[in-house]
Design a binder for this molecule. Sequence first.
Ligand SMILES: [Zn+2]
Length: 64
Amino acid sequence: MAKKEKKKKVKKKKGEYYELKEGKLERKKLFCPKCGAGVFMATHKSRAVCGKCGYTEWKTGDKK
Ligand SMILES: [Zn+2]
Protein backbone atom coordinates (compact mmCIF):
# COMPACT_ATOMS: atom_id res chain seq x y z
CA MET A 1 0.00 0.00 0.00
CA ALA A 2 1.27 3.37 -0.91
CA LYS A 3 1.74 5.84 1.81
CA LYS A 4 0.00 9.09 1.42
CA GLU A 5 1.27 12.18 2.96
CA LYS A 6 -1.19 13.52 5.35
CA LYS A 7 -1.54 16.77 7.04
CA LYS A 8 -0.69 16.54 10.61
CA LYS A 9 -3.90 16.74 12.43
CA VAL A 10 -4.13 16.49 16.08
CA LYS A 11 -7.49 15.24 16.89
CA LYS A 12 -8.44 14.35 20.33
CA LYS A 13 -10.96 11.68 20.42
CA LYS A 14 -13.03 10.98 23.37
CA GLY A 15 -12.97 7.46 24.56
CA GLU A 16 -10.53 5.15 26.11
CA TYR A 17 -11.01 2.51 23.52
CA TYR A 18 -8.47 4.04 21.24
CA GLU A 19 -4.77 4.25 21.65
CA LEU A 20 -2.19 5.94 19.55
CA LYS A 21 0.52 3.48 18.80
CA GLU A 22 3.42 4.20 16.51
CA GLY A 23 1.48 6.87 14.74
CA LYS A 24 -1.45 4.59 14.20
CA LEU A 25 -4.73 4.70 15.90
CA GLU A 26 -5.23 1.37 17.43
CA ARG A 27 -8.45 0.11 18.73
CA LYS A 28 -8.23 -1.44 22.09
CA LYS A 29 -11.64 -2.89 21.73
CA LEU A 30 -13.25 -4.28 18.67
CA PHE A 31 -16.75 -3.98 17.49
CA CYS A 32 -18.53 -7.04 16.32
CA PRO A 33 -18.97 -6.90 12.55
CA LYS A 34 -22.09 -8.98 12.85
CA CYS A 35 -23.80 -7.15 15.62
CA GLY A 36 -22.54 -3.81 14.47
CA ALA A 37 -20.93 -0.88 16.16
CA GLY A 38 -21.76 -0.62 19.76
CA VAL A 39 -21.26 -4.23 20.55
CA PHE A 40 -17.81 -4.65 21.90
CA MET A 41 -15.94 -7.85 21.54
CA ALA A 42 -14.10 -9.43 24.37
CA THR A 43 -10.45 -9.34 23.52
CA HIS A 44 -8.22 -12.21 24.39
CA LYS A 45 -4.58 -12.81 23.83
CA SER A 46 -4.91 -13.93 20.26
CA ARG A 47 -8.51 -13.42 19.43
CA ALA A 48 -11.58 -11.37 19.97
CA VAL A 49 -14.90 -12.93 20.72
CA CYS A 50 -18.31 -11.40 20.57
CA GLY A 51 -20.28 -12.28 23.62
CA LYS A 52 -23.51 -11.72 21.82
CA CYS A 53 -23.30 -13.86 18.72
CA GLY A 54 -20.10 -15.72 19.34
CA TYR A 55 -18.25 -14.30 16.39
CA THR A 56 -14.53 -14.85 16.75
CA GLU A 57 -11.90 -12.75 15.13
CA TRP A 58 -8.33 -13.89 15.24
CA LYS A 59 -5.63 -11.38 15.64
CA THR A 60 -3.23 -11.58 12.78
CA GLY A 61 -0.80 -9.38 11.01
CA ASP A 62 1.13 -8.29 14.03
CA LYS A 63 4.24 -9.91 12.72
CA LYS A 64 5.76 -9.07 9.46
ZN1 LIG B 1 -21.68 -10.27 17.60
